[in-house]
Write a protein that binds this ligand. Structure first.
Ligand SMILES: NC(=O)c1ccc[n+]([C@@H]2O[C@H](COP(=O)([O-])OP(=O)(O)OC[C@H]3O[C@@H](n4cnc5c(N)ncnc54)[C@H](OP(=O)(O)O)[C@@H]3O)[C@@H](O)[C@H]2O)c1
Length: 292
């Protein structure tokens, strides 16, 4: 029995509510722990009969070990909340912990401008890279520094983190990688030259890595249109702006971070086991249809 098979078979979290929050979780050394968050570990059990890979079936979003880069804000935070509620084990690296601290999610430092080493578990079932930027300027005002800055945060930061995570992703029987692009790649938008170039690089990276890492590791991207997060704050900070932005979309609304989080969860789960090399576009129809 290969250790990764044991890990996959063993990766589950159950919540039992009896006079407080109790849960069972597997630790990296493949032992079961029965814990009460309000007290120390009560007992540990050895696995008696680890399941084989064939028993484990396609992995689902439930109870997987997911590395999230970012996750303290916007779509990342909505995803962290969803994945935690689903019982997944989260490993987060971000510039700051923000609300993740209250959620009890440990956060290690990560800055896309200067990515350092990451402390990772031996096996990872999923990887999501959230850091992003919006630099909106007329092309003649964009500097080489603007282009390099967007490229570093959106593309090279993802490259560094994914290279660090690759051994752990390869150690899983199957794993899923999710990166973030933008509608500005599929739909030309004025003043988006720098971010469109950086996210275009991300989409190219996704296709190449999906081919290189198949069949064990799936690689996909999500390319949202304007979504109501701090990143888009300047574009949506009044009722007038919000209404105008909604009207630009065939579905007459801007993006909701919780909806995008559901898409991340889907791409991490076994429900998307036939998806790789895809760019999913939660964009209210803006990149693909006209209603007039
Ligand atoms: N919201 C939209 O309209 C929209 C549209 C298209 C694509 N997207 C993409 O969706 C993804 C999530 O963005 P969001 O809308 O959820 O925005 P958000 O709430 O502002 O989150 C952006 C995240 O990026 C992190 N970040 C920025 N620079 C970083 C750096 N140098 N190193 C590490 N982390 C850094 C931020 O961390 P700090 O909190 O430490 O700053 C924050 O966690 C991004 O890739 C973005 O490009 C968003």
């Amino acid at each position: 029995m290969h250790p990764t098979q044991m890990k996959t078979a063993a990766t589950f979290t159950a919540r039992i509510v009896r006079g407080g929050k109790w849960f069972i979780a597997f630790s990296p050394d493949h032992m079961v722990s029965l814990q009460n968050p309000g007290a120390d570990v009560l007992m540990k059990l050895n696995i008696i009969a680890p399941l084989t890979e064939s028993h484990s079936g396609p992995p689902s979003a439930m109870s997987r070990t997911i590395l999230m880069i970012g996750g303290n804000s916007g779509i990342g935070l909505a995803t962290a909340r969803l994945l935690q509620a689903q019982g997944n084990s989260l490993v987060v690296a971000a510039r700051s912990a923000g609300p993740l601290e209250e959620m009890g999610v440990p956060v290690q430092p990560f800055d896309a401008h200067n990515p350092g080493p990451l402390e990772l578990p031996p096996v990872l079932d999923g990887f999501v890279y959230f850091p992003g930027s919006i630099t909106l300027k007329p092309f003649h005002r964009l500097t080489a520094e603007d282009f390099l800055n967007d490229y570093q945060i959106n593309c090279l930061g993802a490259v560094a983190a994914l290279q660090a995570a690759l051994p752990a992703l390869k150690a899983a029987p199957s794993a899923s990688v999710v990166l973030f692009s933008s509608i500005a790649v599929a739909q030309g938008l004025p003043f988006h030259a720098s971010i469109a170039a950086a996210k275009g690089a991300v989409e190219g990276l996704v296709l190449s890595l999906a081919a290189e890492l198949a069949p064990r590791i799936r690689v996909n991207a999500i390319a949202p249109s304007l979504t109501d997060t701090p990143l888009a704050g300047n574009l949506l900070n009044s009722d007038v702006k919000m209404e105008a932005a909604a009207k630009r979309h065939p579905l007459q609304q801007v993006g909701d971070p919780d909806d995008v989080a559901q898409l991340v969860s889907f791409l991490l789960s076994g429900a998307s086991k036939f998806f790789t090399g895809q760019i999913l576009r939660p964009d209210g129809g803006l990149s693909s249809i006209r209603t007039f």
